[in-house]
Design a protein around this ligand. Structure first.
Ligand code: SF4
Length: 348
């Protein structure tokens, strides 16, 4: 049973004001015409006062229903190779450069197949294999070859991968293996990226995203919110994602991990998180916008408002190094909201 929605959001007073004008313009441009907001308008949305949040979320929900439909895409993720990553993304407890408690480990193929079966049993259509690496080496590619073949032989589910930066050869091989979607996040705005990662560049991430799409795989490219970026940089990121046109954007909210450079940053405040979800929906009207890591700590039971404010996909079960919600409680939330789960047939 999903907990009752409790919020102190006040009734809208936006009508007839500059804020109301912005929402009216967004309604015409995004809802009626299907054109996402530009960076400047996304920033204006991110600056809207709390009093307009109800109207903003309602508009974002209408946009999602109009341009994506009522279905919610469900995905499970599994870590094939955990920890010990040579990169230094300051929010990540899987970096081998920080004093965080995550140990390096590999999963075996039978466990991978079991996880895919368990994911499919929830009604999920996507199963994403993730590895904490800069990019795949031959050992990892061999595991992926074997793992993808074993999953495809055992269970009906789309296989996605997230293996870091890729060469053209690796992109081609993953496409040939039948990998349906590839995840590679931009993480944060180009202008702020050097404050978050120093071991590779934003441009290198962008290049892998371009290679993935050119090879015919679906592109999943997401963000992490609350890593110290300004609202301007958050709007910049939304515009950069819109320019990339990914099929899916997973939205992570920082869950500050002990031992990482961002371990002491405060979690994003709930209303700010909801406003961000709505702003990204208005920038990306047709994109699958997925709840990813951090929603539990940032939103708690208010996550139901995000489902009615632009989100149309969830990750069920645990994340890579942090616990998610119980899949049953997410599925119960979707049932209570009368939001159908997207079927495998609908994704083919
Ligand atoms: S986010 Fe990915 S690339 Fe960065 S440290 Fe973590 S596992 Fe490595």
């Amino acid at each position: 049973m999903t907990a009752p929605v409790t919020t102190t959001v006040e009734t809208s007073t936006a009508a007839g004001t500059a804020d109301g004008d912005l929402l009216a313009r967004a309604r015409q441009q995004v809802l009626e015409e299907g054109r996402g907001l530009d960076e400047q308008d996304v920033l204006a949305v991110l600056r809207l006062p709390d009093e307009t949040l109800t109207d903003l979320l309602a508009l974002a929900h209408e946009v999602r229903l109009r341009w994506c439909g009522p279905e919610v895409e469900v995905e499970g993720i599994i870590s094939l190779k955990t920890g010990g990553c040579p990169e230094d993304c300051h929010f990540c407890s899987q970096s081998g450069r920080f004093d965080s408690p995550v140990r390096s480990a590999w999963l075996d193929i039978p466990s991978l197949v079991d996880a895919a079966k368990a994911t499919a049993a929830t009604g999920a259509t996507e199963f994403c294999i993730v590895a904490a690496v800069r990019g795949p080496d031959e050992r990892l590619m061999a595991q992926i070859r074997e793992g993808v073949a074993a999953i495809r032989a055992a269970v009906d589910i789309n296989v996605a991968c997230s293996l870091g930066m890729l060469t053209q050869e690796q992109v081609d091989e993953l496409a040939d293996l039948g990998v349906h979607r590839y995840n590679h996040n931009l993480e944060t705005a180009r202008s702020y990226f050097p404050q978050v990662v120093t071991t590779h560049s934003w441009e290198e991430r962008w290049e892998t995203c371009e290679l993935v799409r050119a090879a015919g795989m679906e592109l999943c490219c997401g963000a992490i919110i609350g890593v110290g970026e300004t609202l301007e940089q958050r709007a910049e990121l939304a515009a950069q994602l819109a320019a990339l046109e990914p099929d899916e954007v997973p939205l992570n909210f920082l869950n500050p991990r002990p031992g990482t450079p961002f371990g002491d940053l405060p979690p994003v405040e709930a209303r700010e998180a909801l406003r961000t979800i709505a702003a990204f929906r208005l920038a990306l009207p047709r994109t699958i916008l997925r709840y990813a890591g951090g929603r539990e700590i940032t939103l708690g039971d208010l996550d139901v408002q995000g489902m009615q404010g632009g989100i149309n996909a969830v990750i069920v079960g645990n994340y890579l190094t942090t616990l998610g919600k119980n899949p049953d409680s997410d599925l119960a939330m979707l049932a209570e909201l009368r939001m159908p789960i997207k079927s495998l047939q609908a994704t083919l």
